[in-house]
Design a protein around this ligand. Structure first.
Ligand code: HPA
Length: 248
């Protein structure tokens, strides 16, 4: 089964025919919200709103472990995550949709692993390629069929939030090789890998990163919300094609 994790601007999926909701309890506590089961174009899909349906859970307080555990417990094998980002690379202008291929993790203090107890053998998952290539290809092909342009590849920097970055921090992220910056990509991707879930992301550029272009003097959240509203219609179009093409 396929799951979609929706981020800022995507707390619901209007094109989803809802069949039911389920509160899933996990050893790590409760997920951000009940899982929504339904169909898109008659294909089954599970939806989870990362920040809760009321968008009340900030990035550092999301229970990423419970979210992924719950999805796996409900027989999900593939996860497509939607997350908003600030654009660092010049061509990643507001409204652009990116399918990243790498991650740099700057988060701290989050519950970031399922392998924390001394009751299990020490385990190091391979994370050379943090996103599942097959799932990325599914998203790229879905975007092509949907007629929505996407940027293929890019380095996602995951910051702690909830504050936005300083201009100097963005300069540093760029020197590190980051192309975009968001607050929720980690530990979500790593936890998915630990559970053996196939995971890819659609990153939606909501704004120029701090200090860049229109954000030289600051980032206006009303602008960000407006860009996301526009872009999410295109994201939904891509997701419909992802669900339709998924055969795993
Ligand atoms: N920084 C971090 N996370 C974000 C941004 C940003 O500029 N825009 C949307 N999510």
């Amino acid at each position: 089964m396929l799951a979609i994790i929706g981020g800022s601007g995507l707390s619901t999926l209007p094109n989803l025919q809802i069949r039911g909701r389920k509160v899933v309890r996990t050893p790590y506590g409760e997920p951000s919200c009940p899982l929504t089961f339904g169909t898109i174009r008659d294909r089954p899909v599970v939806f989870l709103a990362r920040h809760g349906y009321g968008h009340t859970i900030p990035p550092h307080a999301v229970n990423y472990r419970a979210n992924l555990w719950a999805l796996q417990a409900e027989k999900v094998r593939t996860v497509v995550s939607v997350a908003s980002v600030g654009g660092i690379r010049r061509d990643l202008t507001p409204g652009t949709i990116v399918i990243p291929d790498q991650i740099i993790d700057y988060t701290h203090g989050r519950a970031f692993t399922f392998y924390e107890s001394d009751a299990t053998p020490v385990t190091h998952v391979d994370f050379t390629h943090p996103y599942c290539e097959r799932t990325r290809a599914l998203c790229i092909e879905a975007a092509r069929r949907a007629g929505e342009p996407v940027v293929v590849g890019g380095v996602y920097a995951a910051t702690q939030g909830p504050r936005l970055e300083t201009a100097a921090e963005i300069n540093r992220l760029e020197r590190d090789g980051a192309d975009m910056v968001g607050m929720t990509g980690m530990p979500e991707a790593a936890l998915a890998r630990e559970l053996g879930l196939s995971y890819a992301a659609l990153a939606v550029v909501a704004n120029y990163a701090a200090g860049r272009a229109d954000s030289a003097e600051g980032i206006r959240m009303e602008e960000v919300a407006k860009v996301l509203r526009g872009a999410m219609a295109r994201v939904r179009n891509i997701l419909e094609h992802v669900v339709e093409a998924y055969d795993g």
